[in-house]
Design a protein around this ligand. Structure first.
Ligand SMILES: *Cc1c(COP(=O)(O)O)cnc(C)c1O
Length: 468
């Protein structure tokens, strides 16, 4: 058969657009469909030229092309940002979006973004209002703080506080608290950006209040304490406490700032999860400025929450940086709903997924694990071995680094491929599943897999293990 026939059999773009199988896509943007047709035709033309493919008749060629075009359109029309199944058990997984929002928070975002709202409008007076007013009272009530402000994230909160109160002046920080958070947030660098001069005191393992006192000069703008979120200095250690710093600050009229990082407002310690200080306690301890994230242990949207004395907060509110760091209505809607759950701690533990996952009992974990096992075992025969085994889940998100939550893992050992290949295929699947490997077994941690995803998980596992 003369090879140039193959070229002749290649249909024209307009012709393909009229095919029934392509007409399915009439709702899609025409440019997307045309571009997909052109790129598939381009590939075929090249492969025919290089004699890499050969079809016996035009019908066969046509059907292969149509298949590839449909595939490409489907792939290109899927959103880039999409849901995944987090089977790692890491509750606050920064790369997977940190905190999962509560049902109430999601509903609030949906309702507020689908129309107009009183974002900056006072309905009582009919005049301009403040976007922060929607969360101010709640934050004051829940934490006891005099005043508050919310910005885009905690990095922004720290930057704003330092820029407002310590620009061109000295900030004293313990050497044991020179934190680096993932994504290149480093205390010394943020300090430099804000135009404040970092004065390090003490040593890596021991810093006393006297070290702070000796470093105070007429140029001191702030005394700062940073929560060592993602690491612990253990053994022969000492740190200056918040009350000690507050006493010193009051004596020299220097504000004390505490970067809490995680910002825990639910008593996790009483639930035997870590020993995180409560925001309420740090406020009561007299710190002048407190900053923390909205999407770590609080379990809300990405935000940086600043609490503290009115005289400092009012200066921050006037700083032009505040306008550049301001949060949008989606964040406010989600944050308000999240904070509302905290009015009743028992509801918070139930409604806020982060808290629910962290405080879930071992028995519940075991039940969830068994349920996943029973669903997946139906796909196992001839494809993989499956078992459940005790394990631990880390907290993640630079929070509670020493805490390991006991869990019951579901483990699969593939029969026809390596565990590495299986984990990679699961990651590229639909929906993507993020699992990990332990001694040649593919591990799924039920803690971070909500029941609504079980069916999708079965489908994804079936695609990967059954398809080889
Ligand atoms: C996480 C963290 C930050 C950064 O918070 P983001 O909300 O991620 O910007 C800053 N300081 C500490 C101590 C943290 O733990």
């Amino acid at each position: 058969m003369p090879e140039n026939n193959q070229f002749k059999w290649l249909p024209a773009v307009d012709e393909i657009l009229d095919y029934e199988e392509i007409k399915d896509f009439y709702k899609m943007p025409r440019t997307l469909v045309v571009e997909a047709i052109r790129s598939v035709l381009g590939i075929y033309r090249e492969e025919i030229r290089q004699k890499k493919i050969h079809y016996d008749n035009s019908k066969e060629l046509r059907s292969a092309i149509v298949h590839d075009i449909r595939d490409l359109i489907k792939r290109r029309s899927k959103p880039m940002l999409r849901p995944v199944i987090n089977a790692t058990g890491v509750v606050l997984h920064t790369n997977l979006g940190r905190a999962v929002l509560s049902e109430g928070a999601r509903q609030a975002v949906n309702e507020i973004t689908g129309g107009y709202s009183n974002l900056e409008f006072n309905l009582d007076t009919g005049t301009r209002g403040s976007r922060y007013s929607h969360v101010e009272e709640l934050l004051q009530k829940l934490t006891g703080a005099e005043d508050c402000l919310v910005v885009n994230n905690n990095a922004a909160a720290v930057l704003l506080a330092l820029d407002t109160l310590a620009k061109g002046r000295e900030s004293i920080v313990s050497r044991g608290e020179m934190v680096e958070i993932g994504g290149a947030f480093r205390i010394p660098e943020v300090m430099e950006r804000s135009g404040s001069k970092l004065v390090e005191v003490g040593t890596t393992n021991k810093t006393y209040i006297q070290d702070f006192e000796k470093a105070i000069t007429s140029d001191t703008g702030i005394l700062m304490k940073v929560h060592t979120s993602n690491y612990r200095v253990i053994g022969f250690t000492h740190e200056a406490s918040v009350p000690e710093l507050v006493e010193l600050g009051q004596r020299f009229t220097i504000p004390v700032m505490v970067d809490l990082g995680s910002g825990c407002m639910f008593d996790l310690k009483s639930a035997s999860v870590g020993d995180e200080p409560l925001v309420q306690q740090v406020v009561a301890g007299g710190a002048d400025i407190i900053t923390f994230s909205g999407d770590k242990l609080l379990g809300g949207p990405q935000a940086g929450i600043i609490l503290g004395r009115e005289k400092y907060l009012s200066q921050m509110k006037k700083n032009p940086l505040t306008r550049a760091l301001r949060i949008d209505k989606m964040t406010i809607a989600a944050l308000e709903a999240t904070l509302r759950s905290y009015l009743d701690p028992a509801s918070a533990a139930r409604e806020i997924p982060t808290l629910e996952m962290l405080t879930r009992s071992y028995d519940t974990n075991q039940i969830q694990s068994q349920k996943i096992y029973e669903i997946l075992v139906l796909e196992a025969e001839g494809n993989f071995q499956i078992k459940t085994e005790q394990g631990v889940s880390p907290v993640g998100g630079g929070s509670l680094p020493m805490v390991e939550l006991p869990t019951v893992l579901v483990m699969m050992k593939p029969e026809k491929m390596s565990a590495e290949r299986c984990v990679s295929a699961l990651r590229k699947g639909n929906p993507p599943v993020l699992a990990y490997i332990r001694e040649d077994w593919v591990v799924l941690d039920p803690r971070t897999i909500p029941e609504e995803q079980y069916e999708a998980l079965r489908e994804a596992v079936k695609q990967v293990f059954g398809g080889i």
